[in-house]
Design a protein around this ligand. Structure first.
Ligand SMILES: [Zn+2]
Length: 190
């Protein structure tokens, strides 16, 4: 049953590239996927031989689903940013930093890497990466907000933005004093 709940999750996750579902919508879609799997007569789940659904305890499936949805939402609600660490390369003019966004228990959900030019007052987001499990959950916003809180004297820009992230930066820009635009040579050192 665990494999079936997992399969429904993976099918929902595979749609995230096009659907961009937030936490609640994701849980709904996952539920529909699970319902339709449990509606079938037989199932093929990767790594398992054919399963006859009538032989299964579907109540167990629904409690596993409920527990997994709660765990996912708890991880997102209680996600926090770890302290920034200096990271190589270092040169005389700019500094490179990185930090992780972690769920309780220090399980890493994503990583952020950025560059700072103190003399010019410029911050440049170099890389922000979350695995597909943790995209579209508000954690990108948490990360950008952290950068502004940690370095309030800087004006922030980003490097190349993936097509699906452009809307994210557009929305974020409205609540920020920084432009958060793609690299515009904001200073000669970055
Ligand atoms: Zn500079």
């Amino acid at each position: 049953m665990q494999a079936i709940v997992r399969e429904a999750y993976q099918q929902t996750l595979a749609e995230q590239d096009s659907e961009h579902r937030g936490v609640a919508a994701f849980a709904q879609a996952w539920r529909s996927r699970l319902a339709s799997l449990l509606d079938s007569q037989t199932l093929e789940v990767p790594g398992w031989s054919q399963i006859t659904v009538a032989d299964l305890d579907t109540d167990l499936g629904w409690s596993l689903y409920a527990a997994a949805v709660t765990a996912r939402s708890q991880a997102i609600t209680h996600a926090s940013a770890q302290p920034s660490r200096l990271s190589p390369p270092r040169d005389a003019q700019t500094s490179f930093y990185e930090f992780s966004i972690v769920a309780p228990g220090e399980h890493a959900l994503g990583h952020i890497r950025y560059e700072v030019c103190e003399p010019c007052g410029v911050g440049l987001l170099l890389k922000i990466s979350f695995s597909p499990d943790w995209q579209f959950c508000g954690l990108g916003t948490l990360a950008l907000r952290q950068l502004e809180i940690r370095h309030p004297q800087l004006t922030w820009y980003t490097t190349g933005q993936y097509a699906h992230a452009k809307g994210f930066y557009q929305r974020y820009r409205h609540r920020s004093v920084s432009p958060w635009t793609e690299r515009q040579n904001p200073c000669p050192h970055t």
